[in-house]
Design a protein around this ligand. Structure first.
Ligand code: KG4
Ligand code: ZN
Length: 345
């Protein structure tokens, strides 16, 4: 079965073709980062218009790269939510119209389910059950995953997501958007011990997160530096690198500690980490330490599949169709709790 996947929930148009016999056949991605950068974040209307421009040329390219024709496609999966309503509508309209024209099913996929299942695209996929740490721009969640479409929420963020903490701290440091990769790059030349930033909820005794205090702590350090009038402090490369390293260390420490607690609580030995922040190198290194020390397994998506892409949507669609799981109705949903996918969830 050949499943075409279309992702358009935010600032990336992703298209891919997944073959249930031969794996991922082709994928193409257009990132809008350069377009939104000058505004310091995603401008929803510009995002929708750009998705309209990109989605069909990307689809043609994917089919060409895979050596497939439109008529070979057996189903079309698209991101139905959560995300920006206008952006979601572009992918959903194109997918449902094309599916209708081809006489094949269209299947709306939950964006976070796409992220969550993306590590299963690797050559050595993990088995169910496992704990998943989902760390994207808007979500930081721990889930118990017992099968496709069976997700139990273990912990969530009370305010900002980890990705948001990266993005907001980057803004305070005058770095570009998206902030995660920018902070990570700068942190490479920084000393994380120079600033003692808080580890929010580290000892809360539950699996909840809270990252908004971290942004306040970064703002305080930047203001203090400006107030003290240390010459050019806020521009001083070492100040900025040290603060970036401290932010990254604080976020990573909390994510790792809470994920290990979730494994302990559930008794599972496998952790899957997915979403944009899973690209973070320090996070991967810290989990690698935990793997050797604790005899657990930690699985990540391939690096190019950490951030938004069409492959994870095509793949989730293929898994759902193969498992005979019902497609949700064809509404797009800007807000959509992942647990709602679980029967009786
Ligand atoms: O999953 P994603 O691409 O989009 C959403 O579904 O939100 O995640 C984007 C988030 C952004 O907050 C971005 O700053 C963060 O992932 N991110 C990173 C890295 N690469 C992307 N955060 C830390 N380190 C990275 N290397
Ligand atoms: Zn995403």
């Amino acid at each position: 079965m050949l499943v075409l996947g279309i992702e358009s929930s935010c600032d990336e148009t992703g298209v891919a073709l997944y073959d249930t016999d031969r794996g991922l056949r082709a994928q193409a991605l257009h990132s809008q980062v350069a377009m939104h950068e000058q505004y310091g974040g995603v401008v929803p209307e510009l995002a929708s218009r750009d998705h309209i421009r990109r989605v069909l040329p990307l689809t043609d390219r994917v089919l060409r790269d895979a050596g497939a024709r439109r008529g070979d496609v057996n189903a079309i999966a698209y991101t139905a939510g959560p995300g920006l309503i206008g952006a979601l509508l572009v992918g959903a309209s194109v997918a449902t119209a094309a599916a209708w024209a081809l006489g094949v099913p269209a299947i709306g996929i939950h964006h976070l389910e796409g992220h969550l299942l993306s590590p299963l695209l690797s050559s050595d996929p993990p088995d169910f059950p496992f704990v998943a740490l989902l760390v994207s721009g808007g979500h930081t969640q721990l889930l118990e995953v017992t099968g496709i479409g069976r997700y139990r929420l273990l912990g969530d963020t009370l305010d900002d997501a980890a990705g948001e903490a990266f993005d907001k701290s980057a803004k305070l440091l005058g770095l570009g958007y998206p902030g995660g990769p920018a902070i990570a790059r700068l942190a490479d030349s920084g000393d994380p011990r120079r600033f003692a930033l808080p580890r929010p909820m580290l000892r809360s005794g539950n699996l909840e997160f809270s990252f908004s205090g971290l942004k306040t702590a970064v703002a305080t350090q930047v203001q203090r530096a400006q107030r003290d009038e240390v010459p050019n402090t806020a521009q001083d490369p070492q100040f900025r690198a040290d603060l970036a390293a401290a932010v990254q260390a604080a976020i990573v420490e909390v994510l790792v500690a809470k994920s290990l607690s979730a494994l302990k609580t559930t008794g599972h030995l496998t952790l899957v980490v997915a979403g944009g922040v899973s690209a973070n190198r320090l996070l991967r290194e810290q989990f690698a330490h935990a793997e050797t020390k604790l005899g657990i397994r930690v699985c990540f998506p391939e690096p190019e599949l950490c951030t938004d892409n069409g492959a994870m949507i095509a793949f989730a669609g293929a898994l759902r169709l193969s498992a005979g799981l019902p497609a949700p109705d064809q509404r797009v949903r800007p807000r959509w709790p992942l647990e709602e996918l679980t029967p009786d969830g």
